[in-house]
Design a binder for this molecule. Structure first.
Ligand SMILES: N[C@@H](CC(=O)O)C(=O)O
Length: 470
């Protein structure tokens, strides 16, 4: 290993002493200590979460500059540094493991240090010259991890929802409605308890899934309303110590404009800091969606099962060879992946529930876990639903003959005879059909239970699978 020369390192000082850093690093001494303290997962902060923190820092620098709390020149340099990060620069400088100091102080200081060091360069100073621009005194003026991080989780959640999950759900709903219209006339056998049930239309199966996803989108949208209420301005304990009296309203307004979303200041800042309820609500709505995604992806796999020994009512588009050993096999990989992601989201939700109830007095220090789990849940669900739509749902082909054959052979068709011959007679017909292999029609006629024309009208599959009153 080659030794670093003096020009390749800089010395920084904090309340614990001096440390040397590589002079190319934009993060500083507190980040360095956190890197050493938390070599846990290797998982770095999600880019949406970094965006959220940087947007908050941009808003606070603008407002603190306008209110005269920090020098205008410094304010402008911090804003320029923030814009550079938002445009994609310096992203490799956000390096603290997601499992880190409680409340997120380490990641927060990482953000403050990167912005301070870049602002120093913009103003013509060396990195680390914190007398000129300080991570704590300027970038973090009037702020605390304790109000910034819960705000960043809210903003990160909102950004992730609007960029990934909501568009993905809209695409899936549109694709399912298209399939519903395409396959409206195909009759298939319903199955309840995995046994023959009355006939249904394949198109209605797709329409039902579209409605299920629409309901989840509405639930998530409603829950996410809570994310728009911000405790920013509360500083360390929700009292707003060290902030300008006009800061709180102004910073929320500025942030609203930056992300083009109607944010509002929380009516009680201590409450906003202490309770993790908004994140629990959104995570709960995500879990709810994930549970139905499991159901839908399992249905897709069942209906596609075969090709020779399963149901094969539909054909999912083959997207890759399925087996390392069995030639010619194509597996329902997109649906399999969807189930696994959904299980992960449920796991994240369980951890969020544990973290959310672990607040003590003025603060809940488990926020880093909540931040990662919530934003990651939204993003992996969004990505999953997008590819499931494009690589699976849009390419589904119905096997009309197979669907009809199952529907015609279903013993549950006798259900339509109940009003005409009674449940017990119908049950006897079904039993005999199963034992002898004779058709339901033949047995009813042999027993003289109904005449031929009447029976033909009642055992009409199209009519039986119509939605009554629909
Ligand atoms: N989380 C810190 C405050 C901060 O980082 O701003 C504490 O309460 O100790």
């Amino acid at each position: 290993m080659t030794e670093q020369t003096d020009s390749q390192v800089r010395i920084e000082r904090d309340s614990m002493g001096d440390r040397s850093l590589n002079s190319s690093a934009y993060y500083g001494i507190q980040t360095l200590r956190a890197i050493e303290n938390f070599p846990i997962s290797g998982i770095k902060p999600l880019s949406t979460y970094v965006d959220a923190c940087i947007l908050i820092k941009k808003a606070t620098a603008i407002v603190n500059g306008e209110l005269g709390c920090i020098d205008q020149k410094i304010s402008k340099a911090i804003v320029q540094a923030a814009d550079e990060v938002l445009s994609g620069k310096f992203r490799d400088q956000f390096v603290v493991d997601v499992y880190q100091a409680g409340a997120g102080t380490s990641h927060h200081m990482n953000v403050n240090e990167v912005l301070a060091n870049r602002a120093l360069e913009i103003l013509g100073y060396e990195k680390g010259n914190y007398k000129q621009v300080s991570p704590n005194d300027h970038v973090n003026y009037g702020q605390s991890t304790n109000d910034v991080i819960p705000t960043a989780i809210r903003i990160g959640g909102l950004l992730a929802l609007s960029k990934t999950l909501h568009p993905a759900l809209e695409g899936a709903i549109a694709a399912l409605e298209k399939k519903a219209a395409q396959y409206q006339d195909i009759v298939r056998s319903g199955r309840t308890h995995m046994q023959d049930a009355v006939p249904v239309r394949l198109g209605e199966n797709f329409r039902a899934w579209a409605y299920i996803l629409t309901d989840h989108q509405n639930r998530i949208h409603t829950a996410s309303g809570d994310l728009m209420v911000l405790g920013l301005g509360g500083s360390a304990a929700g009292t707003g110590l060290n902030t300008h009296p006009k800061y709180r309203a102004s910073v929320v307004q500025t942030l609203s404009e930056l992300i083009n979303c109607p944010l509002e200041p929380a009516p009680h800042l201590m409450a906003a800091m202490q309770s993790m309820a908004p994140f629990v609500s959104v995570s709960g709505a995500l879990r709810n969606l994930a549970q139905d995604l499991v159901k839908i992806s399992h249905d897709l796999r069942l209906m596609d099962s075969g090709p020779k020994t399963g149901l094969k009512e539909i054909q999912l588009p083959p997207v890759q060879p399925g087996s390392s050993i069995m030639p010619g096999k194509y597996n329902p990989v997109m649906a399999e992946m969807t189930s696994m992601v959904s299980f992960q989201v449920m796991g994240y939700d369980s951890a969020i529930a544990l973290a959310a109830q672990a607040g003590q007095l003025e603060l809940n220090v488990m926020m880093p876990l909540i931040a990662y789990n919530l934003i990651h849940s939204i993003e992996i669900l969004g990505n999953t639903i997008s590819v499931l739509t494009e690589r699976c749902i849009e390419g589904i082909i119905a096997n009309q003959e197979r669907c009809l054959a199952y529907a015609e052979g279903s013993l549950a068709l006798v259900t339509a005879l109940n009003p005409h011959i009674g449940y017990l007679n119908a049950a006897a017909v079904a039993k005999e059909s199963l034992e002898t292999g004779k058709s339901l029609r033949q047995i009813v006629l042999e027993k003289g239970l109904m005449d031929e024309t009447e029976l033909a009208k009642v055992l009409n599959l199209e009519q039986m699978s119509e939605i009554v009153g629909g």
